[in-house]
Design a protein around this ligand. Structure first.
Ligand code: COA
Length: 245
């Protein structure tokens, strides 16, 4: 295997982004973060229709690299979020929908990375947790904010304040993952969903994904109006259905 910590591979219109710092359970070091930023902003991703992010058999990612936490000053914390901390904002910012394929550990920042994708598929080996409070901090890479929005405040408090680890079946029950597949099948299952999305009319796919994300932040009346405006635009797109063509 190469020394690269992150690789991209095209599968037709789908771009597979692989974390491959396997010996350290894909802990999100500064070096890995730089490569992940490079991968998500690469030509391979830009020209794809759907992105799948996958880890290694033992871990999607064990989170932030704990060995790199040496300077907790406000200045360093701000630098962190401006620089390597961008990894948790990349997937929501690209036009392509994304799927995280999770095997093994998805802990702390690793789970937060998976939560930044649109969809999550886990295999039966997946194990999850947000242990930050036990480390005297909080899940500040979107974990708190995204879990509240995904699950509601009571579930978010349960996961974050107790900080307990949970398995794939519980993740499915909670709604953290969309689907659980047998061990070793998460990547193939994510590629299959990705391929199906890649075959959809792309303008409709991207506009609808964007509106779903924004709808939760809008009033119902605003969201209903946005739906109709977007419909007016999509109805004129080259791929839209028309009875007369
Ligand atoms: N940062 C840096 N290194 C990490 C890491 C992290 N977050 N998570 C794991 N590693 C390293 C270990 O130090 C170990 O390295 P070594 O082989 O050189 O000693 C290697 O990855 C394997 O981890 P290990 O702990 O031996 O695996 P395990 O299967 O026994 O346990 C975990 C798996 C995920 C339970 C455990 O590694 C863990 O708790 N990691 C930290 C999770 C965490 O708190 N993340 C940060 C949240 S903010």
């Amino acid at each position: 295997m190469s020394d690269q910590l992150v690789s991209t591979t095209r599968h037709g219109d789908v771009c597979l982004v692989r974390l491959q710092r396997e010996a350290k359970l894909n802990a999100l070091s500064a070096e890995l973060a730089a490569e992940l930023i490079g991968a998500i902003t690469s030509h391979d991703v830009a020209t794809s229709r759907v992105v799948v992010v996958v880890g290694s058999p033992k871990a999607f990612s064990a989170g932030a690299d704990l060995t790199e936490f040496t300077d907790p000053s406000p200045e360093e914390t701000m630098r962190y979020y401006r620089d390597q901390g961008r990894i948790w904002e990349l997937l929501p910012a690209i036009p392509q929908p994304s799927i995280a394929a999770i095997t093994g550990w998805a802990i702390g920042g690793g789970l937060e990375l998976a939560l930044s994708a649109d969809l999550r598929i886990a295999d039966e080996t997946a194990r999850f947790g947000l242990p930050e409070v036990s480390l005297g901090i909080l899940p500040s890479a979107g974990g708190m904010s995204r879990v509240v929005r995904l699950l509601g405040a009571a579930r978010a408090k349960e996961l974050i304040l107790l900080g307990e680890r949970f398995d794939a079946a519980r993740a499915l029950e909670l709604g953290i993952v969309n689907k659980v597949v047998p061990a070793g099948e998460a990547e193939a299952a994510a590629l299959e969903w990705a391929q199906r999305m890649a075959e959809q009319p792309q303008t409709a796919l991207q506009v609808t994904r964007d509106l779903i994300d924004r709808s939760g932040e809008m009033s119902l009346a605003g969201s209903l109006a946005a739906e109709k405006l977007a419909q007016g635009m999509l109805a004129h797109s080259a791929e839209s259905y028309r009875a007369d063509r």
